[in-house]
Design a binder for this molecule. Structure first.
Ligand code: GTP
Ligand code: MG
Length: 251
């Protein structure tokens, strides 16, 4: 049973991806379970097999402790740590090959707080992968793409799990912007050159050097370009997931 955690910027399409990726995997006759770990979500495009909302009550915590929306989310994820065993048991009953985990919209909540890491390790026994989603609306400038790379790296550095990076909602991206982003993703030299050709100052120099070193060290992986609406990129994403979890063997 392999856990795949979907993480990404707010509104980047994690929940839509949970549905479209699960459908893609099921179309290969592979059993998948869906776990929702977003305590504050009101509506989901899929019906989860296990759900944090069955164990923690976001609205009640907000009311009881007089918390704002983000404080209540923090308290909910902290409280969820005590229910990991129950959620895991619900999933195990289904005996899936993959468990797709949808995480909260406020990425920092799950990605940068200890509770997120604890939940991920306890659910999966420490063996899991992450799929990082970045919204294609952030792709109009080369500096946007560099910011996405750094954000994805911050998740990788924190979870130290195999990570697959995706640019989501490519159906919304004009063709020329999509083609340019694919080049940035696959040609590090071109990316650095374009980034360096912007107005230069001391801070920029630091950013360029940082980017170059990270690319040289292979710290910044390639991106898969996906759309949950058209299904583009889902075959590539599933193939990558299989490579990560089973050394490339077909299931
Ligand atoms: N055009 C298009 N819209 C998408 C795609 N994926 C998601 N959306 C839309 O983007 C919005 C946000 O999608 P969600 O799946 O809720 O994103 P999320 O990352 O789960 O959002 P939060 O959990 O609130 O951070 C919704 O209106 C979706 O219908 C896509 O591939 N293409
Ligand atoms: Mg969501």
């Amino acid at each position: 049973m392999d856990y795949i955690f979907l993480m990404g910027t707010a509104g980047s399409g994690k929940s839509a991806m949970a549905l479209s990726l699960s459908e893609r995997i099921k179309s290969s006759d592979v059993n998948v379970a869906l776990l929702n770990l977003d305590p504050g979500v009101q509506w989901l495009p899929y019906s989860p097999d296990a759900d944090i909302r069955d164990y923690v009550n976001y609205a009640r915590l907000a009311e009881e402790y007089k918390l704002g929306p983000n404080g209540a989310l923090v308290a909910s994820v902290d409280a969820a740590v005590g229910h990991v065993g129950e959620m895991k048991a619900e999933i195990e009953r289904l005996d899936p090959e993959f468990v797709i985990v949808d995480t909260p919209g406020q990425m920092e909540l799950f990605a940068y707080r200890d509770a997120g890491m604890l939940v991920a390790s306890e659910l999966s026994g420490g063996e899991f992968s992450t799929v990082f989603l970045a919204d294609s609306v952030f792709l109009s400038r080369v500096s946007d793409f560099v910011s996405i790379l750094l954000l994805s790296y911050s998740i990788q550095a924190r979870f130290r799990a195999p990570q697959i990076n995706c640019i989501s909602k490519t159906d919304l991206l004009p063709k020329e912007l999509l083609e340019r982003a694919i080049l940035w993703s696959s040609d590090p030299e071109m990316l650095v050159n374009e980034f360096a050709s912007q107005k230069s100052d001391e801070k920029m120099e630091l950013s360029i050097r940082m980017l170059e070193s990270m690319l040289d060290l292979g710290a910044l992986g390639e991106f898969i370009f996906t759309s949950s609406i058209t299904g583009d990129g889902l075959d590539d994403l599933y193939a990558q997931i299989q490579r990560v979890h089973s050394g490339g063997e077909d299931r």
